[in-house]
Ligand binder design. Sequence first.
Ligand code: ZN
Length: 265
Amino acid sequence: MPLQDDQKLRYARQLILKEIGGKGQEKLLSAKVLVIGAGGLGSAAISYLAAAGIGTIGIADCDRVELSNLQRQILHTTARVGEAKADSARKFVGELNPDVKVELHPGRVNAANIAALIEPYDFVLDCVDRFGTKFLINDACVLGKKPYSHAGVVRFSGQALTYVPGQGPCLRCLIGSVPHGATCASVGIVGAAAAVLGGVQALETIKYLLGAGELLTGRVFYFDGLSMTARTAEFCGRDPACAVCSETPSIVSLCENAAEYEDCN
Ligand SMILES: [Zn+2]
């Protein structure tokens, strides 16, 4: 559908980019993107996806806004403490950009429901902070042939990669199984660091939808905000023994593997 006059004004600064233009903007407006997690990463990602005019944004989050979230989760406000995060995020998006249709998924994402959840979307963002759920999203996207952006952040630093079916390795190729490790609740996090990685995820999403530039496929982006350094490391293709994306995967059913996704959180 051709852009209306107010849309030409709203998106003027990106319409002049050769990678976007009118045709690219129409692609963004007709795209469907699912963000799992409306926390620190999700706040940055959802804000910039909505501002850019992604036509449909699904938001999956089962938590409620807590006062301790507000230091980094800028979708939410002091007045909305106690509200469902999904509802709070919808209010933010509604005020920012009426072009965006928001689909809420307020239940807990699990091995039984994630395949149907991701199916209607063009691209998925892993913006959760639990390792088990990150692996659940990875495995569901690999089995469902769905491109997605992974990111993780703790303290002042984080990393991101993008999975595209048939093109590159998955999270399990890099980290074989759910690790026992740090979460932001246990070690702390600076909100602005989450914004950097969530912004990277929004940018990867927009590039994927436009077919522009080079994605973080087969590469990992590392950011360290304390030393203010960033680097992108190639990782050597798919792990031929990967449990989910190899030719002979051992994980073929999410429900059969459900115990791993519940661990270590
Ligand atoms: Zn893999």
